[in-house]
Unconditional design. Structure first.
Length: 174
């Protein structure tokens, strides 16, 4: 246990804060001082003739990074990879069996990879402010989750297969 008296420490901090004027505690929204030393690390640099970012709630609003062709290609590539995996795991396009045993494990691995790739594409599209790609990535992720659930739920007893949905309720082949 620490021997510090936290009540005294906090009272001292309160006294120091009370002695400062409000202008020093909360800076007024105005023009930012020029020069590289005035801007915090990681803040966008403002050139001559450019306006300062708008102030929202006492803090500068975030500025979306410009979307370069590389970021667009990266987001599109990740989205195409995820959509390709999800399309491959679709039962009508899956070229191998998926009933039981090692075939089922491989099928579930590809469907899970589609889910992970969809999440990867969703994260990339979110970071690069690509709204349409983000919505598609979330749809791919949802499709992959549906494919995994389509195989796992009947085998765990949560969903009882019918004639239309012919999924065996066994994991291993006899």
């Amino acid at each position: 246990m620490s021997s510090r008296d936290w009540e005294k420490e906090l009272a001292m901090i309160d006294r120091q804060l009370a002695s400062l004027p409000d202008e020093k505690l909360v800076p007024k929204a105005g023009p930012t001082p020029a020069g590289p030393a005035a801007a915090p690390a990681g803040a966008p640099r403002l050139g001559p003739g450019t306006a300062a970012p708008p102030i929202v709630g006492g803090l500068p609003a975030t500025i979306a990074p410009p979307r370069s062709w590389r970021s667009r290609v990266a987001v599109a590539g990740k989205l195409l990879l995820a959509a390709g995996l999800a399309a491959l795991a679709t039962p009508g396009l899956w070229p191998y069996g998926w009933r039981c045993g090692s075939e089922l494990i491989i099928y579930l691995a590809v469907a899970a990879a589609a889910v992970l790739a969809g999440l990867w594409a969703a994260r990339a599209s979110w970071r690069h402010r690509a709204g349409g790609a983000h919505a598609l990535a979330l749809l791919v992720t949802l499709w992959g989750l549906g494919l995994v659930a389509w195989q796992v739920l009947p085998r765990t007893g949560v969903f009882v297969p019918t004639e239309r949905v012919a999924v065996p309720a066994v994991w291993a082949c006899q």
